[in-house]
Design a protein around this ligand. Sequence first.
Ligand SMILES: *Cc1c(COP(=O)(O)O)cnc(C)c1O
Length: 498
Amino acid sequence: MRPDIAATDALADSLARLLPALESFTRFEGADPAARRTLWRAALDEPLPEAGAGREAVLETLRSYVIANGLRIGAPGFSGWVTTMPTTVPAVAQLAGAITAAQRWWATPGNFLEVLALRWLQRLVGLPDHFEGGFTSGGATANLVGLAAARQHAGERRGFDPSLDGLQRLVEPRVYASTEVHHVVHRACGVLGLGRRALRMIPVDSSRTPDLDALERILDEDLAAGRTPVAVVASAGDVNTGAVEPIDAMREIAHARDVWLHVDGAYGGFGVLDPRVAPLYGDLSKIDSFAVDPHKWMAVPVGCGAGFVRDGGVLARALTLEPAAYVEMAPTGTGDLGSPFDERGEGNPDFSVDHSAPARGLTVWAALKEIGASGMRARVVRHNDCARRVAARVREHPALELLAEPILSICCFRVRPEDVSDEDTLDALNERILLRVRARGRAIPSHTRVNGRFAIRPCFINPRTTLADADATVDEVLAVAGELGAIGERALRSESPR
Ligand SMILES: *Cc1c(COP(=O)(O)O)cnc(C)c1O
């Protein structure tokens, strides 16, 4: 008899029952049924059960519904989002960590490797060793952590501690970012009590470079009016077009006014691994904070971002925990107490907004241990090549138009039949084409707007994607445009230069 109705044994058997289904899911075989929600919703929706259905029933539901109807974002043709399905080893590492590294607070190999992975990650993206930080649940929290440190810095410069005293003395706080900034930065401003309206949007030009004169002017106007600039946020790989903003120039403008410079590299932070674009990142040792998302380009399971700051002290004061009786204990002075439960883990709990948390970084360790820095570099270069391949195909085709020159692994383009020039018609046409392409299932790009116009937007970060999939994306768009009669036979076949 088990003491508890929940199984605490039979792990191997439980996994064994799911493995064939999981293995087959990762092959993305067979049709991906559209509108499947109607199939599983009704079966899964039930009231809180009074009596448990037992282990077997749960495993069966996992197998036949959860796994069978999983979202195939790891399929090689999927280039829709900036998150992807994990590769095998980090996914398995997550399971190992969930079972054995129950709490990052305590000394376990999982905890140790998490802290080691943080160092590795920092090396990988080119941040100096004295930067400090921690893993977060994702890019949203990594940006929140960076901006919390910025808020602390702004308050301390004015002689008070915002984390302790609140924000009354932070007069009209302002944060500056280009119009391409990720919308989680607005929310971070809201959560931090600065207000979403505190975000000053700096316009970008047609190549998506922020207007630096406008940034300086607006900063100076705010300072003259007695407002409090808290941070300038530079996007290193915006999610619309993959542009890397001029970090060095934005930092110089910010630092000349004693303002914090935060870099949102959640998606594009890893872009620095491609030597062709690395110079765009400038001197990262001089920035104040950096957000990067291993659960994007690094393809570890979702739930893993990382935030770094140049001055760990500011961050610790921003996120400090008050002492609590249940964790304080008089030092015994006896050295090794002999129990593993007396050993605190590595890493600083004051660098995070979580309290209890998994050893998230274990998956990052696993990914880097498996493929090394060179493997990550090759992946980033290949994906940037994919975007360049799409751009080259688009440039060659008379009925396609490149809307933004790829910088990283995103390529924004659209169908533009020679006889259509009305912008609204083009938007509607491209939206239709995109939906049809996705329904066909071979290539799944997404969309955005570039200079106001609807763009088809493949974003290549999927480890399973190759140049052939980039080609297929263009082929599918052309095929659908042909089907819809938007471009003629001649245009369909033509790839001659304009
Ligand atoms: C994905 C992303 C975010 C948000 O990160 P989450 O991991 O989704 O929380 C923020 N900024 C950029 C540039 C991103 O690509």
